[in-house]
Design a protein around this ligand. Sequence first.
Ligand code: PEP
Length: 258
Amino acid sequence: MNRRYRKTIIAGNWKMNKTASETKVFLDELKGHVGRVKWCEVVVCVPYVDIPMALRALKDCRISVGAQNLHHEERGAYTGEVSAEMLKDLGVKYVIIGHSERRQYFGETDSLVNKKVHAALDAGLRPIVCVGESLEQRQAGITEELIVLQVKAALAGVPVEKMRQIVFAYEPIWAIGTGQTATSEQANEVCNLIRATIRKMHGARIARAITIQYGGSMNAGNAYELLAQPDVDGGLIGGASLKVPDFTAIVNAANQEQ
Ligand code: PEP
């Protein structure tokens, strides 16, 4: 982390977990622990149907609400989909885009990710753009090329003045939900590569202001070391964000001197 230049963001990705009533119980408890935290931005990215309940539960505290996806068109005949404007109108602040589960199970491509980034920015939402390699790609030695490509594709056509709205999450696919975390060196190396790519595209001032999270089996035990890395500015947390003590411990691990 480098708090001098950028905000630390700890975001929970609930995936397809928790009903609206479970959301209320969970968030009422969570806000008692991290609702007033100032050393980082705390975000919960909840299922669409839980968003109104989450916003109600969190209205008097500092925790922000995010969505896990959106549709790239403004409106129209897209049965079952949700637009950026609909999320913004509710009071949502962040939206995860290009999570590997969406790429893998729903066929989302780099070009679709780019369209979604534009849709989010146009509506005033902050995209959390996920990039990351599979185990096969890492073993084949193509992590670097792949990450650079994913970052460049996600950012295609994004004007420099909107860049500071974007958050990146480096999420090695082999570390998501597996309990196999990247080492802090591996996490920092790729977060640094993402920053270097942004630097080449938009210059040093923008690059050093962008929050780049690590995600992949981050938990109470490994969060401190991962977050101590200079280019790791936060976490995108799946499993551990579903338990109040674990998520609270990760938020507390972000409270370190830099
Ligand atoms: C995620 O889904 O973004 C994630 C990082 O999951 P987990 O923390 O469970 O590996």
